[in-house]
Write a protein of this length. Structure first.
Length: 359
């Protein structure tokens, strides 16, 4: 069983046995500095475009800039701690998330304003990240018992999301645990990463099709029933705003100001509850394209990561699950969630100083 296809180029000489000495996948991962530079450029473009979209109008780009700062800070912290403590760092993050969710006495009372984030779906997104971090720690740990225990913790995080009332969070967490277990048999990471990218593209494309009302009537009604009519109406309004302002959008944080309320008594929501549609409405098509570029860069960084393939595929599955949740809800509006995503990506792309186990 090969679980270290993502080892460093010199690992074969150290006796780790992570594939043939001339594995072409290993050779292709020498340019980590180039990948990091591309990531910096993508984040800088996102920040600059948020300011461009806000220029000359009463917009508020601070939220977008804070999200970018959270991603960058989380990624940097993950790279550092992932190199020093590849097992302990994600395990500590999982413990912190579970403590924040479970310790408050009224946490599982289904109250909408319960801590830590005051929004159950955002808390569920944190638990999805916790499930992925636990599974990543499992593949970095030595010993079968520790790996089983950490995978059980990941499954527990998924069940906790269900206890909060998030069926989508539970489904994402369970899928992450299953993908992590299946990754033990993966010798090549590229097919898995390509499959995850395709899954994310299908979800985003499906949400855009629902928002633009281009699906067959029967399928559209079925999806609308599952997504709820108010959410789909917000998506329709986001598509309308993006069509009227395709270049710069209406400006960051101005969706509620520009969208038409569904009734005189019901105010417009602050966001269309979909990250791609919100960026398309508020920052135009370039803003949505930069979001897609950021996700593609994360997958590319994971592909070139020196970490073992199970760690890489687990992190990729987690970030894809988060992307799917963000497509149908505004979970990325919380800086803690974006920082957690950056932290997990950093841990999964770090260069640990100690040799990792074979599995």
């Amino acid at each position: 069983m090969d679980t270290t296809a993502g080892g460093t180029p010199g690992a074969t000489r150290a006796g780790r046995g992570d594939g043939p000495p001339h594995d072409p996948c290993t050779v292709r991962r020498d340019g980590g500095g180039v990948t990091d530079a591309v990531g910096i450029v993508v984040l800088a473009c996102c920040a600059v475009w948020a300011l461009v979209a806000a220029a000359g109008r009463p917009a508020r780009p601070e939220g977008a800039l804070l999200a970018l700062l959270a991603v960058a800070a989380g990624y940097a912290l993950g790279r550092i701690l992932g190199a020093l403590l590849p097992v302990l760092a994600p395990t500590a993050a999982v413990t912190a998330v579970l403590a924040l969710v479970l310790v408050p006495p009224t946490r599982l009372s289904a109250h909408p304003d319960a801590p830590p984030l005051g929004y159950p779906n955002a808390d569920a997104a944190l638990l999805v990240l916790a499930a992925g971090a636990a599974c990543c720690a499992a593949w970095a740990a030595r010993g079968g018992a520790r790996r089983v225990a950490l995978h059980a913790v990941g499954a527990g995080a998924a069940v906790t999301a269900l206890a909060l009332g998030s069926a989508a969070g539970f489904a994402a967490g369970a899928a992450i645990v299953l993908c992590s277990l299946a990754a033990a048999r993966a010798r090549r990471r590229l097919p898995g990463l390509a499959g995850l990218a395709l899954a994310a593209a299908l979800v985003v494309g499906g949400s855009c099709a629902v928002a633009a009302d281009t699906l067959p009537p029967g399928l559209s009604q079925s999806l609308t029933g599952q997504l709820t009519q108010p959410r789909v109406e917000l998506w329709h309004q986001a598509v309308t705003l993006a069509a009227h302002h395709p270049l710069r959008g209406v400006g960051p944080e101005r969706f509620a100001d520009e969208a038409t309320p569904s009734s005189e008594l019901a105010p417009v929501a602050e966001s269309p509850q979909s990250a791609p549609l919100q960026l398309a409405a508020e920052q135009g098509i370039p803003g949505a394209a930069l979001l897609a570029a950021g996700f593609c860069w994360l997958l590319t960084a994971l592909w070139r990561s020196p970490r073992p393939t199970p760690v890489v595929l687990t992190a990729a599955a987690t970030l894809t699950g988060l992307a799917m949740l963000a497509t149908v809800d505004h979970v990325l509006s919380y800086a803690v969630v974006t920082a957690g995503a950056g932290f997990l990506a950093g841990v999964a792309t770090a260069h640990p100083f100690s040799a990792e186990p074979l599995g």
